[in-house]
Write a protein that binds this ligand. Sequence first.
Ligand SMILES: Nc1ncnc2c1ncn2[C@@H]1O[C@H](COP(=O)(O)OP(=O)(O)O)[C@@H](O)[C@H]1O
Ligand SMILES: [Mg+2]
Length: 316
Amino acid sequence: MTETAPPPAPVADDATPPPPGPPDGRLALVSTRGLTKVYGRLTALHHLDLDVPQGAVYGIIGPNGAGKSTTFAILSTLLKPTAGTATVCGFDPTRQPKEVRRRLGYMPDVMGVYERLRVDEYLQFHAAAYGVPRNQWTELIEGLLELVDLDVKRDAMVDSLSRGMKQRLSLARAMVHDPDLLILDEPASGLDPRARIEFRLLLAELQRLGKTILISSHILAELQQMCTDIAVIEAGRLLAAGTPNEILSRLGSARRATVRFLDGTEAEYPVADEAEQAVLLKRLMTEEEGREIVEFKVVTHDLEDLFLQITEGIVQ
Ligand SMILES: Nc1ncnc2c1ncn2[C@@H]1O[C@H](COP(=O)(O)OP(=O)(O)O)[C@@H](O)[C@H]1O
Ligand SMILES: [Mg+2]
């Protein structure tokens, strides 16, 4: 990739305070401030403030209609916000779309149809569209197909690939111009469990290569496993942002034991860890003598559980 000019200094605006950036001082590769999108009478995004640190695998969790695709389309220069600002790799997607596109690989939630293209032709087509010199195509495409584990499918027709393979090809397509940032809109939806695991491993590899990854999903357990940072949005509003652990710690005790007695009563106890669980169990067996315990169950919050609580307004 050719040398490019350093990002311009942010435009001073007395009315807005300087962006706070990620809390731990990591450099934000993507920031939004007050990002708002109105479609007719519907406000799809309400003053969204996000900071995506460089090198992060940043997950945006939200149910259908939360505004994930709208956010990604704005960051990817495909849609103009109604209000607010965004910075992507140092540039404004509205005013400097070319600079942003050069540094960004966007994988939309639906892949186009390319009935008559082979896998290698498909990548050549996109390499050409991004202005990659023709004499670099062979090496580039070899490398990408190897990365996404599709080298054996080089001569296959795109339409003959499984959904998981198509998603990996779509990811390779998003990388033909070696972007710093990847924006992946629900890449794991519709994949079978095995294909999901393969996709997750591929993202880990991309992170090792130094890419910053912004990914959306409504499958919370998946993001929990692969993301360094998570933002939860619902109906266009940011409900929580931080590392998965930070979000969990906002809920207080992440683990609780529920005990059911033979007389039909139940009790719930917060427990910090397995050692506390053992102490509690021993105490119940001795102190609660005479009340037969029929069930001792430990529930841990995962993000799915957390998400329900967040959307119910328990955490603000
Ligand atoms: N082009 C559009 N015109 C009108 N409404 C839209 C348009 N695109 C999205 N919306 C609406 O905006 C909201 C957010 O949509 P979207 O960003 O696609 O959410 P998500 O990707 O989280 O499912 C939804 O209510 C959706 O129906
Ligand atoms: Mg969407």
